[in-house]
Design a protein around this ligand. Structure first.
Ligand SMILES: NC(=O)c1ccc[n+]([C@@H]2O[C@H](COP(=O)([O-])OP(=O)(O)OC[C@H]3O[C@@H](n4cnc5c(N)ncnc54)[C@H](O)[C@@H]3O)[C@@H](O)[C@H]2O)c1
Length: 356
């Protein structure tokens, strides 16, 4: 991925879990990175543990603020944009549906509208990768993985807001960045990336399995497990990030075939039930302590969710580098080092992963 060397890369959501890892990944590839996000809303946060604003180049501003977004993008004149800024939690979306739609759906529209408005000033811009989620599919609770051309949907506001985001991208691409007009009225290719449940060091968000277990260890409390039988496509954060970068590379090369949607998920063995994930994790670190407490009061969350990643495999030659156990072990080791030795091993893990 030499293509990122000396390129200007604009990341929204760089203060978050995935965005901070992506920032570092791109720096290691020789890119000039600039981030646009809100201040981290967890304490600790991966962003601040790595040095916060002293380390990361960027600005704290709202994706709903079109003016600030426009000024930042024009000033930086990026070659590529990775859009990750979002309200990413299902349970939070039940509490704040309006804000979730404003940030997730309107956030995507704001970004693409700003680009449309100022595209003549953006002399470098060739590519935009919009990060949505595996939850954009209408969930049939079936045993097959969803393909990119399956029906979109979303029961909870988070899933629906991201599915709306997909429709917005499709509309804005057709209307203003049409691939048939590429190289004529514009030079920008846009893709969306739909990844499964991501695990990895440095995530401290509430209502996610591994962060909940880690918060339990930090606060010496047993973690309550709500949905032990839910199946999710778990993968280490570096796997989809590598996928996003491979997708961005093809867009930067001007390959129109890639201006579409791509799933990134684990191989079939990575589709684990929560309970199986817990068993593996607690074998790796015996401090992990949990109690299963199912209740009918819980808001609805999908039970079965799997992704078909044949498109990424066949067109991008992307496949996960880790098996499930490696992914879980890699993740738990990050937290173990952090809690037991106050070590942040992000850079070591990234180097290890990048060796392939
Ligand atoms: N973590 C997962 O398992 C997972 C799975 C699939 C998709 N995703 C998607 O990946 C992306 C990143 O998720 P994450 O897990 O790193 O989440 P996160 O909560 O750690 O990070 C979210 C980022 O978005 C920024 N943000 C939120 N609201 C904003 C606003 N109004 N204006 C500007 N910035 C704002 C935050 O400041 C933060 O930098 C999201 O789009 C999420 O939907 C995550």
């Amino acid at each position: 991925m030499n293509i990122y060397k000396n390129k200007n890369i604009f990341i929204t959501g760089h203060s978050g879990f995935k965005g901070s890892w992506l920032h570092l990944f791109l720096e290691n590839l020789g890119g000039n990175v600039f981030g646009y996000s809100l201040y981290p809303n967890t304490n600790p946060s991966h962003f601040n543990l790595l040095g916060g604003s002293n380390y990361f180049n960027g600005i704290f501003a709202d994706i709903r603020d079109q003016k600030a977004l426009s000024v930042s993008i024009c000033k930086f004149n990026p070659h590529i944009i990775f859009h990750l800024a979002a309200q990413p939690l299902v349970r939070e979306s039940y509490k704040n549906p309006i804000e979730t739609f404003e940030i997730n759906s309107m956030g995507i529209l704001n970004l693409l509208n700003v680009i449309h408005q100022v595209k003549n000033k953006l002399t470098n811009l060739k590519a935009i990768v919009i990060i949505t989620t595996d939850k954009v599919y209408h969930n049939n609770e079936w045993i097959w993985g969803y393909r990119e051309n399956d029906r979109l949907g979303g029961y909870d506001p988070y899933s629906a807001s991201k599915a709306c985001g997909e429709i917005i991208v499709d509309s804005m691409r057709s209307s203003f960045f049409n691939i048939n007009e590429f190289g004529k009225s514009h030079n920008i290719l846009i893709a969306t990336a739909r990844a499964g449940n991501v695990i990895g060091g440095g995530d401290f968000s509430a209502d996610r399995l591994i962060p909940d277990l880690i918060n339990g260890i930090i606060h010496k409390k047993q973690t309550i497990i709500r949905n032990p039988l839910s199946t999710r496509p778990w993968q280490n954060v570096l796997e989809p990030l590598r996928g996003y970068l491979m997708l961005g590379e093809r867009l930067l090369q001007g390959d129109k075939l890639f201006a579409s949607s791509f799933n990134f998920g684990p191989d079939i063995n990575g589709n684990l039930r929560v309970i199986d994930m817990l068993e593996i994790a607690s074998k790796i670190w015996n401090k992990i302590d949990y109690k299963i407490e199912t209740s009918t009061d819980n808001p609805h969350e999908a039970t079965l969710l799997m992704l078909d990643t044949s498109k990424a495999y066949n067109l991008l030659q992307w496949k996960p580098q880790f098996n499930t156990i490696d992914s879980i072990e890699f993740t738990i080791n990050w937290y173990k080092e952090f809690i037991e030795n106050k070590n942040i091993i992000t850079k070591q893990q990234l180097k290890y992963y990048m060796r392939g």
